[in-house]
Design a protein around this ligand. Sequence first.
Ligand SMILES: [Mg+2]
Length: 278
Amino acid sequence: MRLTSADARAHLDAVLAVLAETVVGLDFDGTLAPVVDDPAAARIHDDAPAVLADLAEAVRAVGIITGRPARQAVAMGDLDTLGPVMHERGAELFVLGQYGNERWSAGSSRIVSPRPPAGLASFERELPAVLAAADAADAFIEHKGLAVAVHTRRMSDPEAALARVSGPVGDLAARHGLDVEPGRNVIEVRSSAMHKGIALRTLVEEQGAGGVVFVGDDLGDVEAFEAVRELRTAGLPGVTVCSASEEQPALVDLADVVVDGPDGVMDFLRTLASTPGR
Ligand SMILES: [Mg+2]
């Protein structure tokens, strides 16, 4: 764990002092789950169930805030099993899927989800032709219900392919009134009405949190980092943590604390869970 911002130590200590009232927000891929070539093959870190169960005794609530559909994250983390364990040990587990458009909680065990955004269906119909014109016909299109992801990870030169499709996919999204979220060898297209910062703020307010932590690794996490900073300005202790990787250095500069990928995230959460005086 590296403390990288000027006031990182003070921010971390302020959160530790109110840990029992703190909401911990966690991204999924690259943070709780190691990144793998096939997004459908991702699984939560082997240590996560035990670490999160211990964390439940130390904090008020845990929210997994992800671009994935909530149902996928629940399955990949076996959260149907973990959620009740965490509840028993003192903290509710939430999954805010599709950047907060969907919500699952251990207490309700069902997914509440709005209708797909206007324009998404026609975007999806026109997308294959746009990819073909950008010499990226074999990019993998993931239909996520409320969003579409275009993955170049499995192509021969993923970064070059991403560079070729970024402009045309962005133009097509704009024509249909949709937002684009770039990531690691992926472009997500979704409704402009929601992002992780809104999802995190909502959870903090609902829980009456006395502190907030957010851990993320990618550009889709920037709004959640900003939300922590805004809440801090308003007086709420908060810390931002970057799960650093070779592929996405951008977030490191925005974080108070930098850890080494999902292994480092597990260590950071163990540190929270073992803080005395809770
Ligand atoms: Mg991520």
